[in-house]
Design a protein around this ligand. Structure first.
Ligand code: AHM
Ligand code: MG
Length: 338
């Protein structure tokens, strides 16, 4: 029987053969993966673990926090603060950055995460997930501690990115800049086992994912593309399209990595939608890195997402990502409009 490759073995191999990861990054990813296992365990218990429902608190974006949002955030902080591989962390659930407590050594990397993405699906037993991004901490010769400004790096600077999806199976999908691989959690053994080597996104697709209830607010290029999809075989795109919308970015992107498609959460005309909904640093950037590494593309309409210079930790951005040919078409429609 062929021996199974675990996450640890995969990372050691990357470190040894391709030098794609340093020992610190390997440790960091393994620690995040261990935290994801714990989050997946809590998610799996649901009502039995008393973890469903909301708290009375709001996060910095004014969203009501779910118990699992906060618990997942704590699991990730606790798992990562003591290993010596990080200079600081940032999260969707925290207003500003989290400094590594003085009692622990500091490392050279920055970790950003959305601890539990797809919050509206937590209480209804639909797939949710964790998204993470790893950056290098700038070196300060003065020895001063890192600050929020140090996190504001374009997505192309990411060293690694990944997500865990908690669904019928728990899976971890990862890139260290050398393609995309997927691991499935072997619940009996408690280990992440490599099950999806070299994930690639088909270039063409006939499936789109967008929240159609926002249609009246969309900008013209988005409306044009979706109108053409809806026109089917006799329309300008010449084929019938299907639609899927899970409303967990992790699950929607995972489907696209599995069988192609386009995912859009575009900017729109609402006062709350002008900048987009999804956050660049810990949602759009890691997902765009993964999608590009799998042969797909990611844009905000005008620019490649990974090229955008962020100006704030919780900055939002319009997102169009997935199969290359479709994303490029949407981008062309934006250029036509400009
Ligand atoms: P969250 O981080 O608070 O869960 O919000 C992000 C989620 C994405 O997972 C998903 O794509 C989107 O919000 C769904 O939004 P909507 O409910 O407007 O369809
Ligand atoms: Mg999110």
């Amino acid at each position: 029987m062929k021996r199974k490759t675990t996450l640890t073995q995969y990372l050691v191999e990357q470190q040894r053969k391709k030098q794609a990861v340093s020992a610190e990054v390997r440790l960091l990813i393994e620690t995040v993966a261990r935290a994801c296992k714990a989050i997946g365990h809590a998610v799996g218990k649901g009502a039995l673990g008393g973890v469903l429902g909301s708290l009375e608190t709001e996060n910095v974006q004014g969203e009501v926090q779910k118990k699992l949002d906060v618990l997942s955030n704590e699991i990730l902080l606790e798992a990562n603060e003591w290993g010596g591989h990080l200079a600081a962390m940032a999260s969707e659930e925290m207003e500003t950055i989290y400094h590594i407590p003085n009692r622990y050594p500091k490392g050279e990397y920055l970790l950003l995460f959305d601890p539990l993405d797809g919050s509206s699906n937590i209480d209804v037993n639909v797939s949710i997930g964790t998204i993470f991004s790893v950056l290098r901490a700038p070196h300060h010769s003065s020895g001063r501690a890192v600050d929020e400004q140090d996190f504001l790096q374009a997505g192309k600077e990411q060293v690694a990115a990944g997500y865990a999806v908690y669904g019928p199976q728990s899976m971890l999908v990862l890139t260290v800049g050398a393609g995309v691989v997927g691991f499935t959690l072997d619940r009996e053994m408690g280990s992440w086992v490599l099950t999806h080597d070299n994930i690639t996104i088909p270039e063409q697709t006939s499936e789109f994912a967008i929240n159609m209830s926002n249609m009246r607010h969309w900008e013209t290029p988005v409306r044009r593309y979706i109108d053409e999809c809806l026109a089917g075989k006799t329309g300008p795109l010449g084929k019938d399209y299907n639609m899927r919308w899970i409303a967990s970015m992790v699950a929607d992107v995972h489907r696209i990595l599995s069988r192609g498609g386009i995912f859009m959460y575009p900017r729109d005309a609402r006062p709350s939608g002008r900048a987009g909904k999804l956050r660049i640093m810990y949602e759009a950037n890691p997902m765009s890195f993964i999608v590009e590494q799998a042969g797909g593309a990611a844009t905000d309409g005008a620019r490649r997402i990974l090229d955008i210079q962020p100006e704030a930790l919780h900055q939002r951005v319009g997102v169009v990502l997935g199969s290359r040919a479709e994303v490029e078409r949407v981008q062309r429609y934006h250029q036509d409009q400009a």
